[in-house]
Design a protein. Sequence first.
Length: 261
Amino acid sequence: MSLATLDERTGVLGRRNALAKLVAATVVGVPLLLSIDPVSAAVALAAVLVLLPFARLSARGLWLRLWPIVVSALIAAAATVLYGRAGGETYLQWGLVHVSDGSLLLAAAIALRVLAIAVPSVVLFATTDPTDLADALAKLANLPARFVIGALAGMRLVGLLIDDWNELARARRARGIADNGRVRRFLGQAFAVFVLAIRRGSDLATAMEARGFDAPVTRTWARTSRLTAGDAVLVLLGLAVAAVSVGIALATGSWRFVLTL
């Protein structure tokens, strides 16, 4: 079963080639890794949010995909505020805790950068069918068939992993062993799902081997994957977002190359 819904796949982004989406996400994210400044990340994030309606993602579906990233960004920002590099006026100092202008600016830059890199990737791949991505990687990027098929099989198992988690939670609750101790319950359930994932992965690897997926022959593909003018526009749009965000950061003097920090 596809991870993307029918409505998401038929939108403007959903009709674009999976390889073009991968390239667009890369060209937006890589420049943001070269600097720690809030301006370039804020500009890139604002541009992505403006283009977000073209993905045809529901608010609930988008939040379910993004909330772990938002929480991670907030945790990283909070830690940076308390323990980041000091600079400028100091607002609080207690032991290792040192809140200052420098730590606040760095925290904002880190939080915005996490979101600016993650949100485009999540949005683009939320509108991508895993099989389409595998076809594009094999036919257009010429990646080895063994790698492509293995990755596709792994992506297909994500839905089963979620189902295993939900079914195990219901089973443990029915047996009365999930009423208290949330941390212990989570760790125990996570270990059980981890064991199930290893067993299913081993069974799948054996089944694929038995069906000749590792045969030393040139593999044929049932479907074609083509790049269109719309795919070129998507890549150019990604380049434009990256160029504008970096250009504005350089123009405002906020650009700070990571190797010079």
